[in-house]
Design a protein around this ligand. Structure first.
Ligand code: DGL
Length: 282
């Protein structure tokens, strides 16, 4: 494999700051890799958009990441992984590996001893139902409950994650109806930002699963398989592009990369119509 190809950046994207939890996990595990991150704040939340809108947004971002010479595309969003992974894999998969956040987490949950799990996610991820399908396939006997939260990701994105009382009340409001569980899957990449509140709410006997370390390990394994891990010794660089600016993004980027990261506004959607169609139940 051409060495310079391995020195190209890993491309990661989400609707906003949620994917920074995944990017932060990759940065921890592979500190010498360069990362290019795109946060599509202009279209946030993805979790209540139509399938076609989500596919169009993800395709635009994937094209942008390809133009940045990325050697891998990581869809660091469960809503986008649910709806757009197949389309991106079909279009870009022969050029670069495309990673979704669902499959690695499903494998981890399936190999755990949990007999019952609750999946908490956005409406799009819940309606699409890939966690239930894939998990039932691997572990037919596991009991699975799902609950969607329409607003939690948006509230986290607004920067209100620091307000533990508010987040605790919202967690109780959305997830209070779960039966007794052995595990809870944070099936939205925004939720690891409030993982401690969720873990405290469900109690010490409930195992919490999220995509942060699991997806980072998947990225490492896929790059290693393809001979695409960087072998440079110096620390990698992180570039963050956003389609709109928020203070919480700046704060989170600093938290997850452990240093100040300059956000660049990138007008990816200038020529696209900004139609935020609510997902209608057919
Ligand atoms: N981070 C996205 C996910 O994992 C959710 C946020 C959104 O709805 O845009 O589904």
């Amino acid at each position: 494999m051409n060495k310079s190809y391995a020195e190209r950046p890993i491309g990661v994207f989400d609707s906003g700051i949620g994917g920074l939890t995944v990017a932060g996990g990759i940065h921890q595990l592979l500190p010498n890799e360069d990362l290019v991150y795109f946060g599509d704040i202009r279209h946030l939340p993805y979790g209540d958009k139509s399938d076609q809108n989500i596919i169009d947004y993800c395709d635009g971002i994937a094209q942008f990441l390809m133009e940045q010479d990325c050697k891998m595309i990581v869809i660091a969003c469960n809503s986008a992984s649910s709806i757009a992974f197949e389309a991106l894999e079909a279009k870009y998969g022969s050029l670069v590996p495309v990673i979704n956040v669902i499959d690695p987490v499903v494998r981890e949950v399936a190999s755990s001893g949990c007999a019952s799990v609750g999946i908490i996610a956005t409406p799009v991820t819940t309606i699409k139902g890939l966690y239930v399908q894939k998990l039932s396939h691997l572990r037919p006997e596991i009991r699975i409950s799902t609950i969607a939260s329409k607003s939690l990701a948006t509230i986290i994105e607004e920067g209100l994650f620091y307000n533990r009382k508010l987040i605790r009340e919202l967690v109780d409001h959305y997830f209070g109806d779960f039966p007794a569980l052995e595990g809870v899957v944070l099936a939205c990449t925004h939720y690891p930002i409030i993982r401690d509140v969720i873990a405290e709410y469900f109690g010490p006997l409930v195992q919490i699963f999220d995509s942060t370390d699991t997806v980072a390990s998947e990225v490492q394994a896929r790059l290693a398989d393809l001979g695409l891990l960087s072998d440079r010794r110096k620390k990698g660089e992180q570039r963050c592009y956003v389609s709109d600016y928020t203070d919480s993004f700046q704060t989170m980027a600093r938290t997850f990369f452990g240093r100040e990261v300059q956000l660049e506004f990138y007008p990816l959607w200038e020529e696209m119509e900004d139609e935020d169609l609510l997902l209608q139940k057919k």
